[in-house]
Design a protein around this ligand. Structure first.
Ligand code: F6R
Length: 607
């Protein structure tokens, strides 16, 4: 989704803005632009396309020696196609703005402004905010912004420059991310920490409708009434290296390989004397055991992590768990109340639907727990309790290490809940916990066998369609494998509960429809074998993912990917790795932009 940056300081502003924007490329975008002060004037350069195109344009336009103050933007189109005119910044010679989010009442504001003689050039909602700022502008930026905040509805992170204040950048946010970075005699705004890591690790989190004023090399923050507020200074524990490729060809491959360490970093602090422990986030064993129902709400891969959580919690702790896609949860009038726990899961912590589902859950009286990767993100701040996953920055659009750390948290919660409900003994809880701790070493082993995944990818590259099947936990994994493959390889892929195949979908099976069967749950193994045989008998090509020690006959599969063995319930921690690698290599072999697949954004901050 859109990325925002802003800078005030002594460095060459255009270069700082372009560098910071390049660190936000991972969010997904289709156009880019900047506004900088040059000889007291606001100069704007913007274009459809990549940051490289913007750089070229800036050079042509002689803006590289822009001043020491400006704003920048990468746009992911929502209102109006990607085009030069729809790109940000928007505004005029007096005021220029960049915006992330959606102004829901922009039509109303637009009609009002048109009646006052304003003429609109773009199809964007953002232009209405730029013009509304002009309408209210009285020489006092703070007062003007306050008036605009009173009128606009929806989600926004805004960076604003006023011609009359050529040394200052103003910023404000609601439901869209924005941080305020502070360095030695310089200050920044950015949608995310990686944008500023090269310059500083110190930043403030901006709360709803707080106004940041970057001026004179420092940042001041005011509440919506203009009263200065003291904010806690945050220090990013990610360094530049964490946000760089570090010798890997793609971020996705780097992040797949980072999983063993990410799991260790996430799991270790939540184990005390061999037992799971979440007291740091306010979740005791007694409290966890007190809920009647658990709901897991998330989107995409994070929702798939929730499905693993459901199987594991229900199996071990016998507490009903309902998993919802966040965008549906809100509109199905969910029956939840004060004795229920809603767990929201999100890597970015900014996914609009998940955030809204969280707010709804709170209104309905449920306790809310967020499993989130990005520290200080909107979801983390909104939830009653937060368990941070320590995966480090996930830059590739396709989520990999975030999934692994999310499910590792679900395992610990399930072990603790099961023990608290006396479903398992303390010894069994300790044993399961220590098996989970041994998983990172097993993933290291799987990562060394990447050749088999490369081979499978080479068999898939010419396919137009693909099926994944599995039963129980393997079904949850097949959904994640299928999503990963389709989003980066652009091969149409569907996942089915293995038993469902013959209720319709098997009619699609031909020689050109490969099928990946995930079969790690040994009590269900024979049944999935039968389903695979049915596909083989109809000419389909079958790839089997199962335990290393299990032999798979030729009439079942054409190829087997073998995994080390742990308790079946913990197999998802391992199974996901080859599924990620198959997706990755298929995308590479098809020549796709692996880290930035078409049409996708990393952080989905609009509904
Ligand atoms: C798929 C993927 C998405 C995200 C989803 C939720 O690889 O990355 O499906 O999982 O958009 O994002 P977060 O976890 O940031 O809420």
């Amino acid at each position: 989704m859109c990325g925002i940056v802003g800078y005030v300081g002594k460095q060459e502003c255009t270069e700082v803005l372009l560098d910071a924007l390049s660190k936000l490329e991972y969010r997904g975008y289709d156009s880019a632009g900047i506004a900088v002060f040059q000889d007291g004037e606001i100069r704007v350069s913007k274009t459809k396309g990549r940051i490289a195109d913007l750089k070229e344009k800036i050079l042509k336009e002689g803006m590289i020696h822009g001043g020491s103050c400006g704003i920048g933007h990468t746009r992911w189109a929502t209102h109006g196609e990607p085009s030069d005119i729809n790109s940000h910044p928007h505004g005029n010679a007096e005021i220029s703005i960049v915006h992330n989010g959606i102004i829901e009442n922009y039509q109303k504001i637009k009609s009002f402004l048109e009646k006052h003689g304003y003429v609109f050039e773009s199809q964007t909602d953002t232009e209405t905010v730029a013009k509304l700022l002009n309408y209210y502008y009285n020489g006092d930026p703070m007062e003007t912004i306050q008036k605009v905040l009173g009128d606009i509805e929806g989600s926004y992170a805004l960076g604003i420059v006023f011609k009359d204040f050529p040394e200052s950048v103003y910023a404000v946010r609601k439901d869209s991310p924005l941080i305020v970075g502070v360095g030695e005699g310089e200050a920044f705004i950015a949608s995310d920490v990686p944008a500023i890591l090269k310059f500083t690790r110190n930043y403030y989190l901006l709360d709803t409708d707080e106004i940041a004023v970057l001026s004179g090399g420092r940042a001041q923050i005011f509440d919506k009434y203009g009263t200065p507020v003291e904010k806690e200074l945050m220090v990013a524990d990610w360094d530049m290296e964490a946000a760089e490729k570090g010798g890997y060809e793609h971020f996705m491959l780097k992040e797949i390989n980072e999983q063993p360490n990410a799991i260790k970093q996430t799991v270790s602090p939540r184990i005390k004397d061999g037992m799971p422990d979440f007291e740091e986030c306010g979740m005791t064993a007694e409290k966890l055991a007190s809920y009647n129902n658990i709901f897991v709400v998330a989107c995409g891969t994070a929702m798939h992590a929730g499905l693993v959580g459901k199987y594991v919690i229900e199996k071990l702790a016998r507490v009903p768990v309902t998993v919802d896609v966040a965008s549906e949860f809100r509109y199905r009038d969910p029956i939840i109340g004060s004795n229920d726990l809603v767990i929201v899961v999100s890597q970015s912590g900014e996914t609009a639907d998940t955030l809204e589902a969280l707010k709804l859950s709170k209104r309905l009286g449920a306790d809310t727990l967020a499993i989130v990767n990005v520290v200080g993100s909107s979801i983390a701040r909104e939830a009653d309790m937060v368990i941070y996953t320590h995966a480090g920055p996930e830059i590739s659009v396709a989520s990999t290490k975030a999934y692994s750390v999310q499910i590792s948290v679900f395992y610990l919660l399930a072990f603790l809940l099961s023990y608290a409900r006396k479903m398992i003994s303390e010894d069994e809880c300790r044993r399961l916990t220590s098996v989970l701790e041994s998983v990172p070493n097993m993933i290291d082993m799987i990562l060394k066998q990447e050749k088999s995944c490369q081979y499978v990818a080479s068999q898939l590259i010419n396919s137009e369609n693909l099926l994944y099947i599995g039963r129980g936990l393997d079904y949850a994994l097949s959904m994640e494998g299928s999503l990963k493959l389709k989003e980066i390889s652009y091969i149409h892929s569907e996942s089915y509960a293995a038993g469902e195949l013959k209720h319709g979908t098997i009619s699609l099976v031909t020689e050109s429809m490969p099928l990946i069967a995930v079969a790690t749950q040994r009590d269900l193994f024979d049944k999935t074998v039968s389903n695979a045989k049915e596909v083989k008998a109809r000419g389909g090509k079958v790839i089997f993912v199962t335990h290393d020690y299990i032999n798979v006959d030729d009439d079942v599969a054409d190829y087997k990917i073998g995994l080390p063995t742990v308790d079946d319930i913990l197999m998802p921690m391992l199974t996901v790795v080859p599924l990620q690698l198959i997706a990755y290599y298929t995308s590479v072999l098809r020549g796709n932009d692996v880290d930035k697949p078409r049409n996708l954004a990393k952080s989905v901050t609009v509904e």
